[in-house]
Ligand binder design. Sequence first.
Ligand code: G3H
Length: 478
Amino acid sequence: DPTVFKFYSDGEWKRSTSGKLVSIINPTTRKTQYKVQACTQEEVNKIIEAAKTAQKSWAKTPLWKRAELLHKAAAILKEHRAPIAECLVKEIAKPAKDAVTEVVRSGDLVSYCAEEGVRILGEGKFLVSDSFPGNERTKYCLTSKIPLGVVLAIPPFNYPVNLAVSKIAPALIAGNSIVLKPPTQGAVAALHMVHCFHLAGFPKGLISCVTGKGSEIGDFLTMHPGVSCISFTGGDTGIAISKKAGMIPLQMELGGKDACIILEDGDLDLAAANIIKGGFSYSGQRCTAVKVILIMESVADTLVEKVKAKVAKLTVGPPEDDCDITPVVTESSANFIEGLVMDAKQKGATFCQEYKREGNLIWPLLLDNVRPDMRIAWEEPFGPVLPVIRINSIEEAIHHSNASNFGLQGCIFTRDINKAILISDAMETGTVQINSAPARGPDHFPFQGLKDSGIGSQGITNSINMMTKIKSTVINLP
Ligand code: G3H
């Protein structure tokens, strides 16, 4: 059956001994598109054992050789962009062009990681003792970066390939092994990406991909004593994982409620264009999507009109046709979004468009005059619905943004750089963008969230460093 996919363990493709499969529902047709193996805890144990063994010799493989393999994998990944993108279209309804972009961006990320790795891991530090009071120059300290061991990578459905390689490549270049648990929606795209690493010729057991139900293997994986580091991107589950995980480094990115603050002197055309890109690309299913607009009352009518005009031009339909707005990932997600919309309706928000839904497909919707008592003011819809809150002062904007439990990114539109910097300093978010929509990339930039948006910092350099430990050797002179 060409719609059933095996999992990847010890360099081989296998069927699970459970005999069970997990269905992947195409968000557009709402029919089963593919099936993946429902792996067992015993299979997880074997994978982690193999990963531990493979890591030992991988850590001794010269850095330039590790980089060479990653460059090879990156090239193969790019060659396979069309079939992988097709999976993304079918599994997560990503618009066709964006799906290709995701794969190409992933190849670039892997190559950059290899280059960055050879540089930052290729140098250590040398310290001498006499800078600290009471010491003579009798101790020389040499430091280098060593791998952690087995890195568990758990990417989310919205970037099953890109947010997988953003964990895999730093882990591998740093000398770690990888156990990947892809999201169910997106698992086949992830398996295909793993196939590219397989073709590149990485040692057996170094990379594995385990599929299955979170209820069966989720906690088992994240609490496994063989795991030395977890890199997770997703929702609330991350908070639960961080409570259960042992004393290991965690890298977590758990969503956001990114505010777009627009001042009176802001370029409203630029702001409107960025609101469309930031709020509606991939139908709002990005942690860095613009999720609330905070606009000065005096320019609010003008901005809302500009955004409305652009919303009217968005194409709505299947991802195969490369529409701007495509069905959201699951029916339960669509129901959740609808719940937020209905709550806003009941509490008197102004609907700039009529609310429309067919199956998982929700038409883009701008909600004006949203007030703090509405759920949409605080919760992330992860869909094409964008609230507008009218404000009367910069303080009000900062207050709303900081009252969120999230703290991923934010953006400010103003021509006054001094004001922009002051607001940026006051915003409790990991990144603030001045005159552009929030975004993770370019992928070597640091990427981090405060509060419930996460732990640690990502971006290529930070991820490599995070997946290593400092080792020192001290030479004691007579
Ligand atoms: O969904 C979370 C991603 O990290 C966002 O990445 O800003 O490139 O869409 P992006």
